[in-house]
Design a protein around this ligand. Structure first.
Ligand code: NAD
Ligand code: UDP
Length: 311
């Protein structure tokens, strides 16, 4: 049986991953400190005979015998990761060392959930894996961006120095059901604002771009990467359809049939101007590409938030 440890398993992506892998017959051990995750995301799995949950903060060592580790623990939304920036760095540095140490001891394969933020405010567009990025090392996003960059460095060094089997996924903006209502990311904010009849707050002029991947596509990409032979350098996973933030706001208004208006708020420092993944490598090596376009994904996500807000 495949014994799989998922760090951050009670979070948005982690909970979908737990579900997906249980369906495939894996034995799942989920660890989480519930900083930005929620028991409600995984409550429906508690009665599953192959699901185990442990409240644990990965900045402390953890011991378990497993075959694979999906290392996702780290707050992902700017509001959450900036709330306690030093803790975000500790999670990325000490937490990642602890998980790489576990993988080394157990000879488990480990997949690091890295991010498009390693490219910072990119000068290369779309972003290819060989681009080294344009990251401010001392700004308010640095705890996350630089944290993930050192997590990638550590992962590569454990591979070179200790022969740990590694995979590194550079995940681009992903959305879907189970994003936290208050997590501050753009899609959840806009949907909640539209459903409540509040103005949609676009930061800056809204001409900055992002490329949004629906969660089920991302999970298929992550698991394909974990199971792949010999992809030991970072790999982009995301949807290459690029939209401005104003276009996104207009789409959300249309799909929710909301009469909310768009307002503008100041752009936070170091907010990347353009972001779009080049996914040629994932297409070629994993035969993977996203299937769900933004309209379809938003419709599913809106349905989730409608139910959640009714509660
Ligand atoms: P999330 O905040 O919903 O999930 C992160 C989970 O990690 C939460 O359950 C949180 O409680 C847990 N956690 C945080 N610090 C921890 C610690 N010290 N010990 C134990 N658990 C801890 O975020 P998400 O969107 O599910 O992101 C999951 C991973 O994917 C993160 O590593 C994130 O950087 C990466 N990622 C996500 C996206 C995205 O768009 N969703 C994009 C790029 C990268
Ligand atoms: N954004 C916005 N309104 C919001 C939240 C975010 O206009 O309520 C903008 C934000 O400035 C950024 C983009 O939307 O340009 C994506 O923000 P998010 O926090 O979702 O992700 P990230 O910046 O990490 O890609």
């Amino acid at each position: 049986m495949n014994r799989i440890l998922i760090t951050g398993g009670a979070g948005f992506l982690g909970s979908h991953l737990c579900e997906f892998l249980l369906d495939k017959g894996a034995d799942i051990l989920c660890i989480d400190n519930f900083f930005s995750g929620d028991k409600d995301n995984i409550r429906h799995l508690f009665s599953h005979p192959y699901f185990e949950l442990s409240r644990h903060d990965i900045i402390h060592p953890f011991f378990a015998e497993v075959d694979k580790v999906y290392h996702l623990a780290c707050p992902a939304s700017p509001i959450h990761y900036q709330h306690n920036a030093i803790k975000t760095v500790k999670t990325n540095v000490i937490g990642t060392i602890n998980m790489l140490g576990l993988a080394k001891r157990t000879k488990a394969r480990i997949l690091l959930a890295s991010t498009s933020e390693v490219y910072g405010d990119p000068k290369v567009h779309p972003q290819t894996e060989d681009y080294w990025g344009n990251v401010n090392p001392i700004g308010i996003r640095s705890c996350y961006d630089e944290g993930k960059r050192i997590a990638e460095t550590l992962t590569m060094d454990y591979s070179r120095q200790n022969n740990v089997q590694i995979r590194i996924a550079r995940i681009f903006n992903t959305y879907g059901p189970r994003m936290a209502i208050n997590d501050g990311r753009v899609i959840s904010n806009f949907i909640v604002q539209a459903l409540r009849g509040e103005p949609l707050a676009v930061y800056g002029d809204g001409n900055q771009t992002r490329s949004f991947c629906y969660v089920s596509d991302l999970i298929k990409g992550l698991t394909a990467l974990m199971e792949s032979e010999n992809i030991t350098t970072p790999l982009n996973l995301g949807n290459p359809d690029e939209f401005t933030i104003v276009q996104l706001a207009e789409k959300v208004l249309k799909l929710t049939k909301s009469s909310s208006k768009i307002t503008h708020k100041p752009l936070p420092p170091d907010d990347p101007v353009r972001r779009c993944p080049d996914i040629s490598l994932a297409k070629q090596k994993l035969n993977w590409k996203p299937e769900i376009d933004l309209d379809e994904g938003l419709t599913k996500t809106i349905a989730y938030f409608k139910k959640k807000l009714k509660k």
